[in-house]
Design a protein. Structure first.
Length: 236
């Protein structure tokens, strides 16, 4: 006798929470995420379908496999995962559970998802993050990013929080650890609600801090070059 589990038919997609590392493509044209556990080898975009990480041809999620996207019901449970040393630079994702799913006591295993919001934690120095900078590791064709304040960028490859949302697309929202909402949108000459590119005061302040940090770094490099050039001449 085969036991059949009850089927759910929700009127709207369930909401779940998970953590992941933000990544950007090698050419800097696309952004997405990579998981922190078994599925970390398969980076995904804001809207993505799951596949079996073992390379099997069955549809995810399969009852006799642990493939598929994973998330938990409770936001605080996902936030607790950020306390471990290996997950300190990950971000918190709020997702819509789409397609087929299996419900468990603490969460879902499911076939398709849409990342709605990514919450970026503080910089390693403790200051609020103004950008996502090269974390020093990655996957083939993708660089992993970590939260960074304007003062800690130091010339590293980086993208602002609003810029990451724009590259990721699909209406992704990026929220700084302080709670300031940074909507998707590029900075351009066009005008929109809240200022150029549709950005408000918090977003523009973050962009300005990022640009100032880069300018300070370039000025420091120029000063070093000037000192070396000046020291090469005859002594007076």
């Amino acid at each position: 006798m085969r036991l059949r589990l009850p089927e759910e038919r929700p009127t709207e997609p369930p909401t779940g929470y998970k953590i992941a590392h933000p990544v950007v493509s090698q050419d800097g044209a696309r952004a997405g995420f990579t998981g922190v556990s078994l599925g970390g080898a398969l980076p995904y975009g804001v809207l993505a379908d799951a596949s079996c990480v073992y390379g099997l041809r069955h549809r995810a999620p399969h009852r006799r496999c642990d493939c598929g996207f994973h998330c938990v019901h409770d936001r605080t449970v996902a936030e607790a995962l950020l306390c471990t040393a290996e997950h300190r630079t990950a971000v918190l994702l709020e997702v819509s559970v789409l397609g087929r799913y299996l419900r468990f006591e603490r969460g879902f295993r499911y076939a398709r998802q849409r990342v709605r919001t990514a919450t970026v934690g503080p910089c390693a120095c403790g200051a609020a993050a103004a950008a996502l900078a090269d974390a020093g590791w990655g996957r083939p064709g993708r660089r992993a990013l970590a939260p960074s304040c304007a003062g800690c960028l130091r010339g590293r490859t980086s993208v602002s929080l609003a810029g990451f949302a724009r590259l990721a697309g699909e209406g992704l929202r990026v929220v700084a650890g302080s709670g300031a909402l940074l909507p998707a949108g590029d900075i351009g000459p066009h005008e929109g609600p809240g200022g150029p590119g549709g950005l408000g005061v918090p977003e523009l302040a973050a962009e300005a801090a990022l640009l100032q940090a880069r300018l300070d770094w370039f000025q420091a490099q120029l000063a070093r070059l000037g000192e070396r050039g000046g020291g090469a001449g005859p002594q007076g």
